[in-house]
Design a protein around this ligand. Structure first.
Ligand code: F6P
Length: 546
């Protein structure tokens, strides 16, 4: 960032501040009345994804200034640096090259002088071969039975992407097979996931970039015990019932998994950006290699759109800039993501790691304290369920919560009038949020005076609506890439390292220190604060009462 002014000193930033002062009271009602074409004009469409951003508290000037901010923040150069394989993850001295995971065969991306695209396709080929053998019954368990159950063991990026993708693409999955996902070190997760499974028909995929993660290693070890207990204790069974996805061949082999059954990836794939790497093995077994390739193609289409389109028509850039607008100029603290598609029920949870582990940072890439808010809290639930739960606060609470609504033209499970009702709710919610209901309208309905304030909707609550044809593997790839690059755009403006996650380390280290204190036979000498010491003593007493 040499030669670049700090964010808040940039001309466009100052212009945005002044502009916000002018338009912050401007109501969406007025904006829509003043411009009859706003609803069509303030939209963008690319690679089959339609974005209506007209119900945002922006004018043409706002958008022009935000695009200028992106220019002044060097977004274009940042994007090019990412796609060139430069080590843009400064604090870990690594490239962040998830875009290479979906680069078509025959293209070339160099990392340290080596073209990584052929390696990516070699792993995809091995995954496809394995997935076909499992799906077709050629891969047999220790007792000669085919595999019917697949259990992915992983956490964070080695779990959230696989679960989300499995749920999202269930419609395309092999329904004769069962897929489970175990992540929590809470033993209940593994016990519940395996209680009705036959070990002879069960395959575990131990997924961990580092193969050192406490939760995953503990679960994998207990899964091995469960397997051996169920299959008579012959350790040779492990080779037929465990495969690994990792970058760490040494640890995989130490665990007892044959590295011939290991699917690799690379340090330039961040955990939260890895669902389209070998970490997606469970997805590929579930939906088959062809659908997995369609997913990758969807990712790639959005990558190309992001890399080449002008900012003002660039979907991820627009989404990212609007998030910066509300976060930094309106003090919004959260973004709600509301998919009106039951298959996307885990999408908000997936996005939480993608967005918050990436941009939950308080220093710039140079290590200087930022003087402005960075990554907002992402959250959400599928519609219409959320409407009967937390939407009240979005409509009438005291906070500004920008929302992303996601809907599809076609239902994967057409059922009577359900889909029209579902989509009617998308449109109704965005309309209600934007325009609300005035005091006069409430009065005119004959509402008693004392109830009028309770029934007024002030409106002016912003939302984006993202529409696509139907949820296919390719659409899912496009949606995930849309958010990945929106996060990248935000990180580039805030000048944070969106690819490290040092904030997760302290708790991990402290837990390692506390585990022996909980487990020791002798009363341990505790050196924590008085609250932590007290709780450790209390827990030891409770567990000793067993
Ligand atoms: O603790 C956070 C984290 O490092 C994530 O970034 C990552 O996705 C997760 O842990 C799991 O890591 P691994 O794949 O190495 O087990």
């Amino acid at each position: 960032m040499t030669g670049m002014l700090p964010l808040t000193a940039r001309q466009s930033w100052k212009a945005l501040q002044a502009h916000q002062e002018k338009i912050r009271e401007l109501h969406l009602r007025t904006l829509f009345v003043d411009d009859a074409t706003r609803g069509e004009r303030m939209s963008a469409e690319a690679v089959g994804i339609y974005l209506d951003y007209s119900k945002n508290r922006v004018t043409d000037e706002t958008l022009a200034l935000l695009c200028r901010l992106a220019e002044e923040s060097g977004l274009r150069e940042r994007v090019d640096a990412m796609f060139r394989g430069e080590k843009i993850n400064l604090t870990e001295n690594r490239a962040a090259l998830h875009v290479a995971l979906r680069a078509p065969r025959g293209t070339s991306i160099l990392v340290d002088g080596t073209d990584v695209v052929p390696e990516v396709h070699a792993v995809l080929g091995a995954m496809a071969d394995f997935a076909n053998r499992v799906r077709g019954g050629a891969w047999k368990g220790h007792t000669g039975q085919p595999i019917r159950n697949v259990v992915n063991i992983g956490i964070g990026g080695s779990d959230l992407g696989p679960v989300m993708a499995y749920e999202a693409l269930k419609h395309y999955s092999d329904r004769a097979m069962t897929f489970r996902f175990v992540s929590n070190v809470d033993g209940t997760d593994l016990v519940e996931a395996t209680r009705d499974l036959d070990p002879a028909e069960t395959l575990f995929i131990a997924s961990s970039k580092t193969f050192t993660t406490l939760e995953t290693m503990t679960n994998a070890e207990s899964a091995r015990q469960w397997l051996l207990a169920g299959l008579g204790g012959d350790v040779k069974a492990v080779a037929k019932h465990f495969v690994a996805v990792s970058t760490n061949a040494r640890k995989v082999s130490e665990f007892g998994i044959d590295t011939a059954n290991m699917f690799g990836f690379w340090d330039w794939v961040g955990g939260r950006y890895s669902m389209d790497s070998a970490i997606g093995l469970s997805t590929m077994v579930a939906v088959g290699p062809e659908n997995f390739r369609a997913l990758l193609d969807g990712f790639h289409q959005m990558d190309e759109h992001f890399r080449t389109s002008p900012f003002e028509r660039n979907l991820p850039v627009l989404l990212g800039l609007l998030t910066v607008w509300y976060t930094d100029f309106f003090g919004a603290e959260t973004v709600a993501v509301l998919p009106y598609e039951q298959y996307l029920k885990r999408f908000p949870a997936y996005l939480q790691q993608l967005t918050m582990e990436s941009n939950g940072k308080h220093v710039t890439r140079e290590g200087v304290e930022v003087g402005y808010p960075t990554g907002p809290i992402y959250w959400g639930e599928p519609g219409t369920n959320g409407q009967h739960s937390f939407y009240q606060l979005i409509h009438q609470g005291t906070r500004l919560i920008p929302c992303d609504f996601i809907g599809f033209g076609y239902a994967l499970n057409p059922l009577g009038r359900h889909h029209d009702m579902l989509l009617a709710n998308v449109f109704a919610q965005t309309e209600a949020l934007a325009f609300g209901k005035t005091r006069e309208q409430v009065r005119a309905e004959g509402t008693p005076d004392r109830l009028v304030p309770h029934r007024v909707f002030e409106g002016n609550r912003p939302s984006n609506t993202i529409l696509a044809d139907r949820l296919t593997p390719a659409t899912l790839g496009k949606l995930v890439a849309l958010y990945e690059h929106s996060v990248f755009t935000q990180g580039a403006i805030w000048n944070v390292d969106s690819f490290d996650q040092w904030g997760v380390e302290l708790g991990k280290a402290l837990a390692q220190r506390i585990i022996p204190e909980l487990e020791s036979e002798k009363e341990p000498t505790l050196g924590h604060d008085s609250s932590t010491n007290n709780m450790i003593r209390r827990y030891r007493k409770l567990r000793n009462r067993r």
